[in-house]
Ligand binder design. Structure first.
Ligand code: ADP
Length: 737
């Protein structure tokens, strides 16, 4: 039987109408049957009454009606025949009763079938699934409450409509193919998209079953539909979240992985593509294939250890990339545990630390270089944070101070090593940072516990004046060797200066002899004169006295010359005194006077009006002046085309930045100095003379600089040169001797 909804269903109003009609018909039939003499089985018409009542679906009413109709038939028979029961009327009565009985039986049976069918339909309505039946032309024949709820149309609206037109079915396969498949296989299962009565779209999971009649002819399709819109939406959302999570994991700048609780890799993110590995087929071997053979054992042991203990895993190894190169990576993993604490999985990330590793190595290298350089150059670094005085020393500083590396650096340790004579200097220098001096530069001595003396040079500058804490970065140089070399050099320079002086004296011997013989001759002459004045008959004591005065003066002059020569020839340490440069220059010129005369040099001296007083060593200054004068004389030796003129001037030289100086300039009209030679004039052993030593100007420079002055030369090649030096004017600090 084809499921057809609505069959046998009667509303209360219909029932009342049917009852009324049944009563009317029953009354009419009874009246005709009882009161008219018609010889027909009119009572058969009671079957109509029974059928009408039975159609209301009330079993009791139908049974009562059947009995009532039978009773009415019998009553009418009795009334119309008055005990006169012939064969014909009895037979008609029996036929009528049979008709009523059979009709009632059939009606009741039909009623029972219909009720069962209704029950089944009610059952179908109970399900939440949307159940729809439609015939082979797609016309809906059944539409349960689930379908009403799902699609929005009531059964009465839906029945008779074409299912696919009504719900605007769309499917991944064309509907004709779908229909063919249902007919061919008898069923179909899949997802369909439909439109509800309110226009909204719904996705349903449908199952179609084909119903064939007894002859095997396809008659109808029964479809059950479930609304899976929400599930679909959730699936889509889940998928989106999964995609997003995957994209996020892929975007992490690291190789993300997870493994089972026993360490077998089960997931790797896209970054692993760079390693050229995949999980297919070799999940266990992935690590072996990518970890550097030299790092593998340590990494494997650490990983097994983490799995065994459940502690977080950490390791640094070289990992091979698809191009064959190895890069340093940090491999870290944490376990995920269940409520009981059992490890479910491991989640790990490999982070590329190649750059960091290289930087670390470069840093280590440069630290090693720095340490080597510090040891070689005997220079250590000191960092000092103020006002706390917190210090940092490099290894070399520990070596210079000769402290063990484990002691904490401090100012006290430095002070403890300072030479007692330099203690104040050290304190001042290292504590000068307190008021924030931008630069510190000091040389001082250290005295080691065994009595050795070291010379150090400390320079420091303010490294971060912008922060609240002042920080000095300084260098401490062990200059002991340099200092010793300097001392030795100073000594040999002094010796050399002495040798030069003596050599010069040899050269000047004739002048000196002349200088000495002249006053001696004058003394002899004056003595003779005195004697003559005395031998006069009347001695002229006044003249005698005059001659004796002259003798004394000349003797003094000779003594002076000899003293000066002795001083020049003497080997002694320099002694400083306040000297008048005018006097020094005058004396020096006198000493070389004869040389000047012999060389036919015109000397022109101009002296500063205010005596330029300097604090210096007399003999050394004379040596400088004589040197410059003699160089000038020698430079003019070959000059024939012009006058040989030597000008010596003293004066003052004011430097805008450096203060006030006394100046001596020696100007000649000799050969001059070439541009090239001007730069190396003061270098030791530079000479252009066949018998020159090349030490004169070099010694002059060390003498001048030792007195805090400067010496330089200017020249117009071919026209002469000027060599001049300046010395700081005495400020009254010189010890008078
Ligand atoms: P020496 O006189 O033994 O050569 P010096 O150091 O005194 O050594 O001089 C170095 C060189 O400087 C001389 O050889 C000379 O070439 C040059 N020199 C020095 N003074 C003068 C000068 N006034 N004019 C030209 N050249 C000069």
């Amino acid at each position: 039987m084809m499921l057809r909804q609505g069959a046998g269903m009667t509303s209360a109003r219909d029932a009342r109408f049917l009852y009324f009609l049944a009563v009317v018909i029953a009354v009419i039939v009874f009246v005709i049957d009882a009161l008219t003499p018609l010889d027909i089985a009119i009572a058969v018409l009671y079957v109509v009454v029974v059928l009408l009542v039975a159609s209301t679906a009330s079993r009791q009413a139908a049974i009562a009606t059947a009995w009532t109709c039978a009773a009415l038939t019998l009553v009418a028979f009795a009334m119309s025949h008055d005990g006169n029961y012939s064969g014909g009327p009895v037979a008609r009565c029996i036929v009528s009763l049979l008709a009523i009985g059979i009709t009632s039986f059939l009606a009741l049976r039909n009623q029972a079938n219909t009720a069962r069918l209704q029950e089944q339909i009610q059952l179908l309505n109970l399900t939440h699934d949307a159940i729809v039946a439609y015939d082979m032309s797609d016309r809906i024949t059944f539409w349960n409450q689930g379908a009403e709820a799902l699609y929005g149309w009531s059964a009465s609206q839906a029945i008779g409509q074409r299912i696919h037109d009504l719900t605007r079915t769309s499917s991944s396969i064309p509907l004709d193919e779908l229909r063919d498949e249902v007919v061919r296989t008898g069923s179909w299962e899949g997802e369909l998209q439909r439109v509800r009565s309110d226009g909204s779209t719904v996705i349903v999971s449908s199952r179609f079953a084909l119903w064939r009649d007894d002859k095997g002819k396809p008659r109808a399709v029964l479809a059950t539909n479930n609304d899976i819109t929400l599930r679909k939406r959730m699936e889509a959302e889940l998928q989106r979240q999964q995609d997003e999570l995957r994209a996020t994991i892929d975007a992490i700048p690291g190789m993300v992985w997870s493994s089972s609780c026993d360490g077998e890799l089960s997931y790797i993110n896209r970054r692993w593509n760079a390693l050229g590995v995949s999980l297919e087929g070799n999940s266990g071997d992935v690590w072996t294939s990518i970890v550097h053979p030299d790092d593998w054992h340590a990494m494997y042991a650490a990983w097994r250890g983490a799995i065994a203990t459940g502690k977080p895993f950490e390791n640094v190894s070289r990992i091979r990339h698809s191009d064959g190169s190895y890069r340093w990576m940090h491999i870290g993993a944490e376990p995920l545990r269940d409520r009981e604490g059992h490890i479910l999985r491991w989640y790990g990330v490999n982070t590329d630390i190649e750059e960091r590793k290289q930087m670390e190595e470069a840093l280590e290298r440069s630290e090693a270089f720095l340490s080597d350089a510090q040891r070689l150059s005997r220079t250590g670094s000191i960092g000092t944070r103020l006002p706390t005085g917190e210090m940092w020393w490099s290894d070399e500083v520990y070596r210079i101070f000769e402290y063990p590396q484990h002691v904490t650096p401090s100012m006290e340790l430095i002070v403890a090593r300072a030479h007692p004579d330099d203690l104040a200097l050290v304190r001042e220098a290292y504590e000068r940072g307190l008021p924030g001096m931008p630069y510190i530069d000091v040389e001082h001595r250290l005295r080691m516990p065994d009595g050795r003396v070291k010379h150090v040079h400390y320079v420091a500058h303010l490294a971060a004046p912008q922060t609240a804490n002042l920080e000095y970065v300084g260098a401490l140089m062990d200059v002991t060797e340099r200092q010793l070399a300097q001392d030795a050099l100073d000594r040999s320079t002094a010796e050399l200066a002495h040798v030069t002086r003596v050599t010069m004296l040899g050269e000047l011997a004739a002048s000196i002899a002349h200088e000495v013989t002249q006053p001696l001759a004058a003394i002899v002459t004056a003595g003779d004169a005195a004697r003559r004045w005395l031998n006069r008959p009347k001695p002229d004591l006044g003249e005698v006295g005059h001659s004796i005065d002259q003798m004394v003066r000349d003797a003094k002059r000779a003594t002076d010359v000899i003293r000066q020569i002795r001083a020049m020839a003497q080997k002694r340490d320099p002694s400083e005194a306040v000297l008048d440069l005018n006097v020094i220059v005058r004396e020096s010129i006198e000493l070389v006077r004869r040389e000047l005369d012999a060389a036919r040099v015109e000397i022109e001296a101009s002296y500063a009006q205010r005596a330029p007083l300097v604090c210096a060593d007399r003999v050394q200054l004379q040596q400088v002046v004589i040197n410059l004068v003699m160089n000038g004389v020698q430079a003019m030796a070959g000059v024939t085309d012009r006058a040989k003129r030597l000008r010596v001037c003293t004066g003052r030289f004011d430097d805008r930045f450096d203060g006030h100086y006394a100046q001596v300039a020696v100007e000649d009209s000799g050969t001059g100095i070439s541009e090239e030679n001007l730069g190396r004039l003061f270098n030791a052993f530079f000479t252009t003379k066949a018998d020159g030593m090349g030490m004169g100007l070099s010694i002059c420079r060390s003498i001048v600089e030792a007195h805090g002055g400067r010496i330089w030369a200017e020249s117009q090649e071919g026209q002469g040169s000027t060599v001049q030096f300046i010395l700081p004017l005495d400020k009254g600090t010189c010890d008078e001797q």
